[in-house]
Design a binder for this molecule. Structure first.
Ligand SMILES: [Zn+2]
Length: 252
């Protein structure tokens, strides 16, 4: 049976910069990859030098996101209509409902989202982390969001995308990461790094001037970005090893 993966993120480019290698790897291995992005990134940059006006930015960033999905092999993209930067003010029941709906519609084996540190402590990322974690539980609850036309569904595994603290210290990244021992999967995405790079640089052109680990020389930076780290946050599988080499370990 086709395996399925669903990513829940906040802004166009989160999917490429943070988990682009993972999405490309699994899509190229035949996994059906779906993605929810909550905003059109209209609080971001128009580029340096500017590639569009502020009015054009939401449309431009949506097009960039669609181009990135084509590069990475994401076959199913849902963009919600939230405003970039204002997710903490969004109606939480409604936002969580959108994520529950996406889970029930796509019936993924694995859900990926931000950890509690929101990667860069961005308030939108932290809200998506909280809503996605709630949605993992509520999607399985027949009493929750009964108005949805899709039946309740229990996702087997929920992963938080993260960085080990030793790495963030080594590269001088100013955000916290998590203790190394809490990372449960370090996924080598080296074979798919070219796709991640294309999605990040060629698709998301308005954001390409400002990238993670910008203090590192280019080759070292991409080497660092060739491993993507996760923490298994929830599992409904009966038994699984503490440390895994694949997000689909245990999925039949
Ligand atoms: Zn973001």
């Amino acid at each position: 049976m086709t395996k399925r993966l669903l990513g829940l993120f906040a802004h166009p480019d989160d999917e490429s910069r943070i988990v682009g290698g993972t999405l490309a790897k699994y899509a190229n291995e035949g996994v059906a990859v779906s993605l929810v992005v909550a905003t059109r990134g209209e609080a971001g940059s128009c580029g340096e030098p500017p590639l569009c006006t502020l009015e054009q930015l939401p449309g431009v960033r949506e097009a960039e996101l669609r181009a990135a999905c084509a590069i990475l092999g994401v076959g199913d993209l849902m963009i919600l209509d939230y405003h970039d930067g204002l997710l903490p003010e969004a109606d939480r029941h409604e936002l969580t409902g959108h994520l529950v709906h996406a889970i029930r519609r796509t019936r993924p084996d694995v859900v990926l989202t931000f950890g509690p540190e929101g990667r860069t402590l961005h308030p939108d990322h932290i809200v998506i982390h909280e809503a996605a974690t709630a949605a993992f539980d509520l999607a399985a609850d027949t009493g929750a969001y009964p108005e949805h036309r899709f039946p309740a569904y229990a996702v087997p595994k929920l992963y938080y995308s993260t960085l080990p603290r030793s790495l963030v210290l080594a590269v001088g990244w100013r955000f916290p990461g998590i203790p190394d021992g809490d990372v449960t999967v370090a996924l080598d995405v080296g074979p798919w790094l070219a796709l991640k790079k294309r999605a990040t640089n060629e698709a998301h052109r308005t954001q390409a001037h400002d990238q993670p680990f910008a203090n590192l020389p280019d080759a070292e930076r991409w080497q660092t970005l060739s491993v993507e780290y996760f923490r298994l946050a929830r599992s409904r599988l009966p038994d699984h090893p503490r440390h895994e080499v694949d997000l689909f370990t245990g999925i039949a």
